[in-house]
Every structure is written in structure tokens, then in C-alpha cells.
Unconditional design. Structure first.
Lengths: 226, 227
């Protein structure tokens, strides 16, 4: 089954990482993959463009079925392999509702994190403003408080959508992992940091952990002054 | 082979190849019973066991009267005769040859050197024979050389030792490399690529890995508590 899958990915990219976590959780090791270098713009190659007009990663194919967009790929894998590996979307409607909510809320956390940590990457030099970066930082601080509040309310050792590991965790952990790496002060999100400690040794997460992060455990301190 | 009775596996989980066998049996849901043979109590040297295996070694497989020794042979036999996913021991000759290539190399490389480190650091002192510093240093150097080859000759840029997917090679190798953990020693400590590989193997084996290695974790706890 996994043999007919192909994943184009870049190391450290949260969208790529979440698909890899999903593949591990669904016991789909053995998928074919091509590791591309972000720095060398390899994700813009013809091979990727042929499958994804946006020339983005992850670009994913299962046999003849192309499933780009990390959330789409994750949901597809859960649907196609529902009875295999970990159940990532629960049957109970109330639980499901929370899983879907937290999954899609991840976009907010991801974007706001990028807006601070990768401000210089995304915004051309002539368009950068101190005031904009300041505004982005304030927005991220508020966003972190919101997530911390969610975890606080659910109690110790809970996952993002309840007492079980679900698709919400698959999708959000790769974003959350950036905060300790980029030296975000612990007081900004103590619950998230606990959550990170709890999840970082999960087999599917360890198996897909970016290699450069193992080689160099500390990243730049772009979130140090948050 | 429908209607077959469960196989009998004679094991001691302190033994690396025994763990590989148990993990394989459990992970692939092959009906089996386990007969524990406590090496530390010399149960492999009893007349009864010697009748079963004159080599006095574990693991041994008894498949309804067909008795087989040597973990390599046992794993390959099970992979061939039971309905397990192809990736364990691929049918395609070239892919199968890669697994055989590793397992042939495994015994006097990965197994020998990782085992020596463990024996010198954990077992001999337990038996009243202190660690021999010269032999120990040599074992560590030999293991280092083996790990270089594991990384550069086998793993390279692949997800697993023999290709995209996990095989008997990874199972045998990982159990050997876990053995020095008994003293808290992580032989892959400074090797991120092999650490990644080990994490992938653990993820693919899920619960059966930790279950089989529980004795290693217990020994590690006792060993490190003494320090």
C-alpha cells in the first residue's frame, strides 16, 4: 500500500512534517519520498510542478490520486486507512467537532508564528516596518495565550482535543515544536511547552523529526523577545 | 497455512535475537507460545534443552515438530511460510539479496561488536570479572567502525537499511544496538542519521518494540541507580 505513495518534502516544514506524522500513525512506513532542499529552491522543480501548480511541499500522490495541501493529505490518509494504525478522527460527534476545530485553528497559530519568526523571509526589504513586526508579535502573544487557555481548561496531560491523541495533534504539533526551538520564552505559553515535552517522544513524531534539528538542537532565537 | 497450530518459541528476552523473533511474531500476529529459557539460570544447558538444541543457544523455533535454530534462519522461515507483508523479506530476488547481504554481515559486525560492549560493561562485572579496559576500548572502537559502515554502506539516504521499508535487517540490527542500553549507554548518541533510523524502526514496530525491550529498560534502571 505504502509502496504506491510518493511524498515530496522539505525538512522542518510544518506542513510536510504533519503528513509524515500521519503516515507513521497509520502504519504506512515504506512510502516513497523525495527530500528537497528549501534553500536551493528544489521544491520549485518540474517534478513537483507537474503535480502541484503551486510548486509547494508537501506534494503527495497515492497511486494515481494526487493529494496536495497537508490538511487534505492528512484527512485523506485517515479516511483511506481508517481501520489501520491509530484512529485519528473519533466517531463521537462531540469529540469530532473539537478535533476539526483545533485542526483548522492551527492555521492561525502557524501563520502568526511565520509572521514573526520568518518576517524577514516573507516580507521584501522595502516593505518591512518595525510597527508591523510589533503588531505581529502582539498578535502571536495573544494567539499563544488562547492555545494555552485551551490546554489549561482541559487539565494536565490532555492532548489538544481531549484525552486522546488525534488529528489535531498531528496537524498542530509541528507548529508548536517551533516555539521551544526558536527560544520562545516559556512564560508566553507554559501549557504548550508541557504539551511539547509530552509529545516529543511519541514514536511517530520521533520517527519524522527533522534531521537538522537532531544535528543542531537549538535554532535561531527569533522568538526570544516575544 | 490454515489449521496450523501455534509455533513454540524458546526465548530469553535478554538475548537480542530472541527479542527480534518475539517482535516479529507479535507484530505479524503469528500464533505462538513462548517458552522462557533463563540463560542466567543456565536453563539452556539442561539435558532437556540440549536435546532440543545441541548448540545450547536461544532462540529455537518448534513449528509443529519442525525444530529450527539460528534467528536468521527462523525469521526468514517465518517470513516465507506465513502471510506477512512482503517488505520483511521481499520475494523479488534483488530486494531479497539486499536483506541477505545485511544479515550475512550482521553476525560478525553489528552483533559481535555491540554484544562485546554489553558483555564487558554489564555481564562480566556481574559475574565477578571486572571490565577489561583494553578490551572494552577496543570493543567501542570496533563498534564505531561498524556504525560508520551501517550508516554509509547500508542506510545511506534510505529510510531503512535495505530500502524504503522496514525488513528483517532492521529488526535484527535494532535489537543488537539496543543491548548496550542496559548500562544506559546510547551507542547512537552522536549519530543523528542512525537515531532517525532507530526512531523510524520503533515507530513501525509500535508496541511490540517496547514490550520486548522491557527487560533492557529494567536492567538500565538498576544499573544506573547503582552508579
Amino acid at each position: 500500500m505504502a509502496q504506491s505513495m510518493m511524498l515530496y518534502w522539505c525538512s522542518g516544514s510544518p506542513p510536510c512534517w504533519r503528513v509524515m506524522i500521519a503516515l507513521e500513525e497509520k502504519m504506512l512506513q515504506g512510502y516513497k519520498h523525495k527530500h528537497l532542499s528549501f534553500e536551493k529552491n528544489e521544491h520549485k522543480c518540474e517534478e513537483v510542478k507537474a503535480l502541484n501548480p503551486r510548486a509547494q511541499v508537501p506534494t503527495f500522490k497515492h497511486g494515481d490520486i494526487v493529494v496536495n495541501e497537508s490538511f487534505a493529505a492528512c484527512l485523506y490518509l485517515e479516511s483511506a486507512f481508517k481501520s489501520q494504525g491509530t484512529r485519528l478522527i473519533p466517531d463521537d460527534l462531540a469529540e469530532q467537532a473539537l478535533v476539526y476545530q483545533r485542526m483548522l485553528e492551527t492555521n492561525n497559530l502557524q501563520q502568526k508564528m511565520y509572521d514573526v519568526a520568518f518576517y524577514d523571509y516573507y516580507v521584501p526589504e522595502g516593505e518591512r516596518h518595525e510597527s508591523a513586526l510589533k503588531r505581529n508579535k502582539e498578535s502571536l502573544v495573544a494567539e499563544l495565550k488562547l492555545w494555552d487557555g485551551y490546554l489549561e481548561k482541559m487539565g494536565k496531560a490532555s492532548y489538544l482535543a481531549g484525552k486522546n491523541f488525534t488529528m489535531a495533534d498531528v496537524v498542530c504539533f509541528p507548529v508548536i515544536a517551533y516555539f521551544p526551538r526558536l527560544h520562545c520564552p516559556r512564560e508566553r505559553c507554559p501549557r504548550l511547552m508541557e504539551y511539547y515535552e509530552m509529545l516529543k517522544d511519541r514514536p511517530s513524531i520521533k520517527a519524522s523529526w527533522p534531521l537538522e534539528w537532531l544535528e543542531k538542537p537549538e535554532g535561531q532565537d527569533t522568538l526570544k523577545n516575544l | 497455512m490454515a489449521g496450523r497450530q501455534a509455533v513454540k518459541a524458546y526465548l530469553d528476552l535478554l538475548s537480542q535475537p530472541c527479542r527480534a523473533l518475539l517482535i516479529f511474531l507479535k507484530h505479524n500476529r503469528i500464533p505462538h507460545t513462548v517458552e522462557l529459557v533463563a540463560l542466567r539460570k543456565g536453563q539452556h544447558k539442561t539435558p532437556e534443552f540440549s536435546k532440543l538444541n545441541p548448540m545450547q543457544k536461544v532462540p529455537v523455533l518448534d513449528d509443529n515438530g519442525f525444530v529450527l535454530t539460528e534467528s536468521d534462519a527462523i525469521l526468514k522461515y517465518l517470513a516465507t511460510t506465513y502471510n506477512v507483508p512482503d517488505h520483511w523479506y521481499p520475494k523479488l530476488p534483488e530486494k531479497r539479496a539486499r536483506v541477505d547481504e545485511y544479515t550475512a554481515w550482521h553476525h560478525v559486525n553489528t552483533r559481535m561488536h555491540a554484544s562485546t560492549v554489553f558483555l564487558q560493561e554489564v555481564i562480566f562485572p556481574r559475574m565477578g570479572q571486572p571490565t577489561n579496559p583494553v578490551k572494552f576500548k577496543k570493543a567501542l572502537t570496533d563498534l564505531d567502525g561498524t556504525l560508520d559502515m551501517l550508516e554509509n554502506m547500508f542506510l545511506k539516504r534510505q529510510a531503512f537499511l535495505c530500502g524504503h521499508d522496514i525488513s528483517l535487517a532492521d529488526l535484527l540490527a535494532v535489537c543488537e544496538l539496543m543491548q548496550p542500553m542496559c548500562s544506559g549507554r546510547d551507542v547512537l548518541k552522536d549519530r543523528p542519521k542512525l537515531q532517525s533510523w532507530r526512531s523510524r524502526v520503533q515507530s513501525a514496530l509500535s508496541d511490540s518494540f517496547d514490550e520486548a525491550h522491557s527487560v533492557v529498560y529494567q536492567i538500565r534502571q538498576k544499573f544506573t541507580a547503582k552508579l
